[in-house]
Design a protein around this ligand. Structure first.
Ligand code: PSU
Ligand code: MN
Length: 306
């Protein structure tokens, strides 16, 4: 057992009994959405996972402890603290744990802790990726390297076009990470259902996705999987509106020389401000949609794993 890891009794019992569990991240709470919508959404996502028949495991670092499963108070604490909480990716883990600090986990560290706990499926909004201009800046999210080495399936709505989607797909291919489109051949771009890029494989059921996961695990491939689930039609945003906001956010980040771990939170917050409440409403809906698919995949996985 990992001496730093705390799994709630409900989650550890479910895992022992081969019942479905879905991991959820916490940087989306502290750095991905404003308060109080972030706390409301995090709790609603947990409720949605339950309604779909799985147990939610929201993941964060609390006073240096790696937590699989948070209390409502802990979720609220992270949401209220916002950017004051450390955004923790793989390289930050040792420092945060040794100093018994609070940490919001990114996709990378949520995958790591989910894997330590034995959780196979994880739902979020969007993953990090290769940033536009990465040929100069080398800004490539540690999320991609984690997907290369940690066998957890990440259900997302694709990636925001603050990133270079084409380079992100190339990087994932190099590192052996399959990108599955749920009922779609196109890579979704978070606020919009499609993009000019194709996924590797289209799969049309949670069961088919679970079977691909099982095959990877049975062969002991260490890589994870990206499951790209398009935002539901009724919540998708007009592409022109989003593109304009993203272009403006990117040029502001450039002018203010924002880089490193600040880049993604800055861009997310600016896109949210520039598009007003509409983009936040879409963001919330796509996360709920991903939570439902993740719960279905976790259920199918457990069914086949017996
Ligand atoms: N993209 C989003 N919403 C988010 C993030 C990315 O649309 O909340 C967060 C996730 O936690 C992701 C992290 O893991 O940003 C990536 O940050 P970076 O690019 O610094 O690796
Ligand atoms: Mn980065």
């Amino acid at each position: 057992m990992n001496p730093y890891l705390d799994i709630t009794p409900e989650i550890s019992t479910a895992l022992r009994e081969n019942r479905p569990v879905v991991a959820l991240e916490s940087t989306i709470i502290s750095h991905g959405m404003p308060y109080p919508q972030n706390v409301e959404t995090a709790l609603k996502v947990e409720a949605t996972v339950r309604e779909t028949g799985a147990i939610p495991a929201t993941i964060a670092i609390i006073n240096g402890r790696l937590k699989a499963g948070l209390s409502t108070d802990e979720v609220t604490q992270l949401g209220k603290a916002g950017h004051a909480v450390a955004k923790v990716s793989r390289r930050d883990m040792g420092y945060i744990v040794a100093n018994q600090l609070m940490g919001a986990t990114t996709v990378a560290t949520t995958m790591m802790i989910a894997h330590m706990a034995g959780i196979r499926v994880f739902a979020t909004g969007g993953i990090g990726g290769v940033h536009r201009g990465a040929a100069q800046t080398f800004d490539i999210s540690a999320d991609l390297q984690e997907l290369a080495q940690t066998p957890v399936a990440v259900v997302c709505a694709g990636a925001k076009s603050i990133l270079d989607l084409g380079l992100t797909l190339e990087y994932l291919e190099t590192h052996g990470v399959p990108v599955i489109g749920y009922k779609t051949k196109q890579l979704p771009a978070f606020f919009t259902q499609g993009s000019p890029f194709e996924v590797d494989y289209q799969l049309d059921s949670a069961d088919a996705i679970a079977q691909a996961m099982l095959a990877q695990h049975a062969m002991q491939l260490k890589s994870g999987m990206v499951i790209a689930n398009p935002i539901p039609t009724e919540f998708a945003m007009p592409a022109a509106m989003i593109d304009t906001a993203i272009e403006q956010a990117l040029s502001e980040a450039d002018a203010q020389q924002i880089h490193g771990k600040q880049a993604t939170p800055f861009l997310l917050a600016r896109v949210c401000e520039l598009t007003g409440g509409d983009s936040l409403a879409s963001n919330i809906q796509l996360v709920l949609n991903n939570a439902r698919l993740a719960a279905d995949i976790a259920t199918a996985y457990c069914h086949h794993a017996t």
